[in-house]
Design a protein around this ligand. Structure first.
Ligand code: SF4
Length: 347
């Protein structure tokens, strides 16, 4: 395969076809670096060497009535996780402070559950207003489950910028990872997000036994939905969840998957999301030649690597952190990070 020619077409936003997409996933190891180099040209064309940092806050944990097989917060999960109701606005503001301290551009507020109640929306509105009053330039994304149009409009009015709802896998195998809602329910929510004027964020989760054809289908589905940002998750094996122990990923396969998503969705913000440390391991920096966004800090119910490790990785690559809000210096030098109650002096 002529990887450079494929990348040149992606720069021109010309669609690659399904056969070419499958060839990306089947890239021989001897050609992986050539594929990465070609795909970097696409990343560089649309995003330069900027890296966007996103900070996750689990604002409501566990007790979910849904049965997503990969999730530690589902009703069928036996994982020993923290369970708590919606955080109060002041607690969310404290998390926003931490997000800004680690140079995050976006604060991602994630609540477990099938979808928000009117009362949940009211409380989230209050929290978002407080965050936006304090940090006007910090983007807020909500991920609260299946969304109605009315709730989407209220979130937008409160200052929410984006809404995340992942497709996760292909339509064909959705029933193999969840039985309490459908793939179409998820597509409908992405539609409501767009109608409400929120920036649509939707991605996927790999390492659940999917075939290459499934990966290609979901990559094309996200292109058809024209989402602005795409988090690509790699399954973290959490004991007590039905999919624990299942692992068909290698660092090389994760890189090929990221290349596919960049080539199919060239100008979308591509985020290496959950599982980055576990599955890319020492190849994480190579992932940033393809993706332009990562989470910094911890994930919903599992730990990430320390923020200073991510900041150092970005600096070592010679890349820049995308616009840090509220006048906080963009240099990674002398950053004092206060995270999870412990103070760490970075560099
Ligand atoms: S709806 Fe969300 S919180 Fe609930 S089980 Fe599924 S992924 Fe987990």
């Amino acid at each position: 395969m002529e990887w450079e020619a494929l990348a040149e077409r992606a720069v021109r936003r010309e669609a690659i076809d399904r056969e070419e997409a499958l060839a990306v996933l089947e890239v021989p190891l001897s050609e992986l670096m050539a594929l990465l180099a070609a795909t970097y040209q696409v990343r560089h064309h649309f995003f330069g060497n900027r890296v966007k940092l996103n900070y996750l806050v689990n604002i409501k944990s566990g007790m979910c009535p849904e049965d997503c097989f990969y999730c530690s917060q589902s009703r069928i999960s036996e994982a020993p996780i923290d369970r708590y109701p919606l955080l109060a606005p002041q607690e969310i503001l404290a998390q926003a402070n931490r997000a800004v301290a680690v140079k995050a551009r976006r604060l991602c507020l994630v609540a477990s559950g099938r979808g928000p109640s009117d009362q949940d929306i009211e409380q989230v509105e209050e929290s978002v207003r407080l965050v936006k009053q304090t940090f006007p330039d910090l983007e807020v994304c909500c991920c609260l489950g299946l969304l109605s149009g009315a709730h989407g409009e209220r979130l937008k009015a409160a200052g929410v910028y984006a809404y995340n709802h992942n497709l996760n896998t292909s339509e064909d195998r959705y029933a193999e990872i969840c039985t309490t809602h459908t793939y179409q329910d998820r597509v409908n929510t992405v539609g409501q997000v767009k109608l409400a004027g929120l920036s649509p964020c939707s991605g996927c989760l790999f390492g659940m036994g999917e075939q290459n054809a499934d990966i290609v289908r979901v990559a094309f589905a996200l292109r058809d939905l024209q989402v602005d940002s795409i988090p690509v998750n790699f399954l973290i094996h959490i004991p007590g969840t039905p999919l624990a122990g299942h692992n068909d990923l290698t660092p090389q396969r994760c890189l090929a998957i990221l290349c596919l998503f960049r080539l199919v969705n060239p100008s979308a913000e591509l985020r290496i999301a959950g599982g980055r440390e576990v599955h890319l391991r020492s190849l994480q920096p190579l992932g940033l030649f393809v993706a332009n966004s990562i989470f910094i800090g911890d994930y919903l119910t599992t730990k990430g690597q320390p923020p200073e490790t991510d900041l150092r990785m970005i600096r070592d690559l010679g890349f820049e952190i995308e616009g840090t809000p509220d006048g906080i210096a963009s240099s990674t030098a002398q950053l004092v990070v206060e995270l999870k109650g412990s103070r760490r002096n970075v560099e």
